[in-house]
Ligand binder design. Structure first.
Ligand code: GAP
Length: 439
């Protein structure tokens, strides 16, 4: 049965064009769409998956593989319920909520000032609402079987601190990274994939000596901005908000929200927090297992933590928004996604000029197959005429289109058309791979 919490809201916040393109071209679809949708849940289509993987792979390369002080984990989404008591989420992970006395719809308290935004009725007092999704593990449905879908990936990192120390004996400072799903039963999911109930996070917990948190905080601030640059989000579009103590999460002594100008306002894109020794201390006290770091020389202490935390959906939204461009090419209006090559889901498309000429199709197929071995994100396209193919490829942000024509059969050259300029040049087939790699 649908109700106010499960029924999706129409998007009407300046994102309409992006939402429509995302659906039309197979980036992001509304979750459970054939059943009318489910509020706060979205599904990725083939191009959305490719874009997401490109972003996550770059993050993982930059923050884990290219460094000697980082360790990756992939922890279970459902953890022992005591872990969420220890982290403070059972008691503290609340959002204030108000209910309309007339239509009984519920809203986040900060979205509803005065009267009900839906029916104009009077709003009741503020109640606290825990945002974790509760579930039962096993057949018993009593209190002892209760657990939660993790509201942040960080939890799975802290419970593995001791495992990493025991397996790898890392020297401080070192970090543990994880990319994975997080779930929050948001009262008011909204703004396309900006605020969802199921989303992905890319998080680092970087363990440092308590006295060294400030320089490490600064290091992660710079690295995080560097990551954004590498996926095409310019530093000038990011605004740093020093979060005041009363607005910080319960575990944080300093937080910067990195905000981005979305069409619906300047909002948090990702965060950087100094979590002190809160988590390890609490998990140690709750589990009874010592979670300290033993230095050479016998000194034992609880490390402090710097945490850069990225929401993948918000990064994707910022990437889509940054890339979305409307212009005129040869007096024809067009829409294209000016993706940074590093994240573009399709690097090149290969076409036969005419699909009813077997010799052209065979030649184009051969080129496509060879290129795909070297650069997997290559697409075959023989639908419609060349103009339609260019328009379609522009809309999905394909960097170059390669057309095989009759001249190709004679001199082994093809036309390479650039997405951003529309300029077409001929190149020998033997140079295509290099062309794609530098584009
Ligand atoms: N471990 C710290 C943490 O989870 P947070 O500020 O609650 O901190 C971190 O979340 C990031 O996760 C946010 O900056 C945002 O990018 C993303 N995020 C949080 N809630 C979200 C939601 N409901 N939908 C989409 N992304 C969300």
């Amino acid at each position: 049965m649908d109700n106010e919490s499960t029924r999706p809201r129409p998007v009407s916040n300046g994102m309409e064009k992006i939402v429509s393109l995302a659906k039309r071209r197979g980036f992001v679809y509304p979750g459970s769409e054939i059943y009318g949708g489910l509020s706060g849940f979205w599904d990725y289509g083939p191009l959305g998956v490719a874009l997401k993987k490109n972003i996550e792979n770059l993050w993982w390369r930059m923050f884990v593989e290219d460094r000697d002080d980082m360790y990756g984990v992939d922890a279970a989404i459902i953890m022992h319920r005591k872990a969420w008591k220890a982290s403070g989420h059972v008691e503290g992970f609340q959002d204030p909520l108000v209910e309309c006395k007339k239509c009984h719809r519920r809203f986040r308290a900060d979205y509803a000032e005065g009267e009900c935004p839906e029916c104009g009725g009077p709003l009741g007092g503020v109640k606290q609402f825990n945002m974790m999704f509760k579930t039962h593990v096993g057949v018993a449905e009593d209190e002892s079987a209760v657990s939660y879908l993790r509201p942040e990936t960080a939890g799975g990192i802290f419970v593995n601190f001791k495992n990493i120390v025991d397996s790898f004996h890392p020297k401080l400072p070192f970090g543990i990274a994880q990319i994975g799903k997080a779930f929050r039963n948001e009262i008011a999911p909204r703004d396309f994939i900006f605020r969802t109930r199921e989303f992905e996070q890319m998080e680092v917990e970087y363990f440092v000596r308590g006295g060294e948190w400030e320089e490490n905080f600064e290091m992660w601030r710079k690295l995080s901005l560097g990551f954004l640059e590498s996926i095409g989000i310019n530093g000038a579009s990011i605004h740093e908000l020093e979060v005041p103590p009363e607005d910080r999460a319960h575990y944080s002594k300093r937080t910067i929200d990195f905000e981005f100008d979305f069409p619906f306002g300047r909002k948090e894109l990702f965060g950087l927090a100094y979590r002190t020794d809160f988590d390890l201390t609490r998990h140690e006290a709750t589990s009874g297992v010592e979670l300290k770091y033993l230095e050479e020389g016998g000194n034992k202490f609880t490390p402090h933590v710097i945490e850069p935390s990225f929401g993948v959906e918000r990064i994707i939204l910022a990437v889509l928004q940054t890339a979305y461009t409307e212009d005129k090419l040869g007096n024809e209006p067009r829409i294209y996604l000016k993706f940074n090559p590093a994240v573009a889901p399709i690097k090149a498309a290969v076409f036969p000029l005419l699909k009813n000429k077997p010799e052209l199709v065979a030649k184009a197929r051969g080129i496509y197959t060879e290129l795909k071995k070297a650069v997997p994100q290559i697409m075959w396209d023989d639908n419609g005429n060349i103009g339609k193919r260019y328009r379609r490829q522009d809309e999905i942000g394909t960097i170059v289109c390669i057309t095989v024509d009759f001249q190709t059969l004679e001199d082994q050259t093809v036309t390479v058309r650039n997405r951003d300029t529309g300029v077409q040049e001929r190149f020998p087939i033997s140079e295509l791979e290099a062309q794609i790699r530098i584009s």
